[in-house]
Design a protein around this ligand. Structure first.
Ligand SMILES: [Mg+2]
Length: 268
C-alpha cells in the first residue's frame, strides 16, 4: 500500500454513514411520544418523511419525540430552521408539555429496548444500510485494512445491525461507550490511534462522519491534527453544511459514489 493513499486504520461513524436509522427513529419516537406527551396528537405514517428531513437538527434521543410533536402540531419553518432555533423551539414545547428531557429520553430508550426484545428482526428491518456500503466494507476488510466503528449508539444495537449483514461486520471493533459513559468521539479516535501506534497527529487515521461539528472537534484535538476527515454527504447533514466544507481546509466532502471507489480516488 502506498502511504498517504490509503488509511492505516479506517474509522467510521455508524448512524448516517453506514446505516440510515431514520425509519427506526421515527417509529420509536412515535411510540415514546404516545406514551409520554400529554394529549399526544395522532402521528400519521406520512409524517416520517418530514421527520427524516429534519433529522440533521437532532443530536440527542429526547429531541426526537419533541420533533414529532413539533411537526404534527404545525410548528413554523422558522422554529426548525437550524440547530439554535430548534433547541429554543424544543425547550418551549417541552415546557408547555410540562416534560423534562430525561423523561422523553428514558421513554425512547424503553420503547427501543422493548421493541428489540420482542421482535429483533422487525427492529433490524427499520434500519437500512446505505447502498453499496456493506460490499465496500467487506472489500476493505479483505484488503487487510483495519476498520473500527466509532459510535455513541449502544454497542449491542450497532453490533446486531452489522451482524445482520455479515458475520465479518458483526466482529468489527465498536468504540464509543464504556459503562455509565458516552465517550466523546475525539477521545475514541485518540484511543484507536494509540492502539494502532500511529505517530503524533494520528497520520494514517481516516475518519468518515456525517456530523460536521464532530469533525471540527476532532480537528481541534492536537493528537488528531493529521487525521484525514471526511463528511459523509449522504448522511444526516444539510446542504448548507455540505457546502461549508469548501472553506474548511481540514474536511473533505465524500459522496456515496466516492466512498465505494478505491481509496486513491477519495478527495485529497
Ligand atoms: Mg452519524
Amino acid at each position: 500500500m502506498v502511504p498517504g493513499f490509503s488509511p492505516v486504520v479506517l474509522a467510521l461513524d455508524f448512524d448516517g454513514v453506514l446505516c440510515d436509522g431514520r425509519p427506526e427513529y421515527f417509529e420509536a419516537a412515535r411510540r415514546a411520544y404516545r406514551e409520554t406527551w400529554p394529549a399526544a396528537r395522532e402521528v400519521p405514517d406520512a409524517v416520517a418523511a418530514v421527520f427524516g428531513a429534519h433529522r440533521p437538527l437532532v443530536e440527542s434521543g429526547w429531541e426526537m419525540p419533541v420533533l414529532l410533536h413539533a411537526v404534527v402540531a404545525g410548528e413554523t419553518v422558522a422554529g426548525l430552521v437550524d440547530r439554535t432555533a430548534w433547541l429554543a423551539t424544543a425547550r418551549r414545547l417541552l415546557g408547555a408539555g410540562g416534560l423534562a428531557p430525561e423523561t422523553l429520553g428514558q421513554a425512547l430508550n424503553g420503547v427501543r429496548d422493548a421493541w428489540f426484545a420482542r421482535d429483533p428482526d422487525d427492529w433490524i428491518r427499520h434500519n437500512v444500510f446505505y447502498p453499496g456500503v456493506v460490499a465496500r466494507l467487506l472489500d476493505v476488510l479483505a484488503s487487510g485494512t483495519p476498520v473500527a466503528v466509532i459510535t455513541t449508539k449502544a454497542e449491542r444495537f450497532a453490533r446486531a445491525l452489522l451482524a445482520s449483514q455479515d458475520a465479518r461486520l458483526g466482529a468489527l471493533p465498536i468504540v464509543g461507550r464504556e459503562p455509565g459513559r458516552v465517550i466523546p468521539k475525539p477521545e475514541s479516535l485518540a484511543r484507536l490511534a494509540a492502539a494502532h501506534r500511529l505517530q503524533a497527529g494520528a497520520e494514517g487515521l481516516w475518519f468518515v462522519e456525517d456530523l460536521l461539528e464532530t469533525l471540527d472537534a476532532v480537528h481541534a484535538t492536537p493528537s488528531l491534527a493529521a487525521a484525514r476527515l471526511f463528511l459523509a454527504g449522504w448522511g444526516y447533514n444539510t446542504l448548507e453544511q455540505r457546502a461549508s466544507v469548501g472553506w474548511r481546509r481540514h474536511v473533505r466532502l465524500l459522496s456515496l459514489g466516492a466512498w465505494t471507489a478505491p481509496f486513491a480516488a477519495w478527495p485529497a
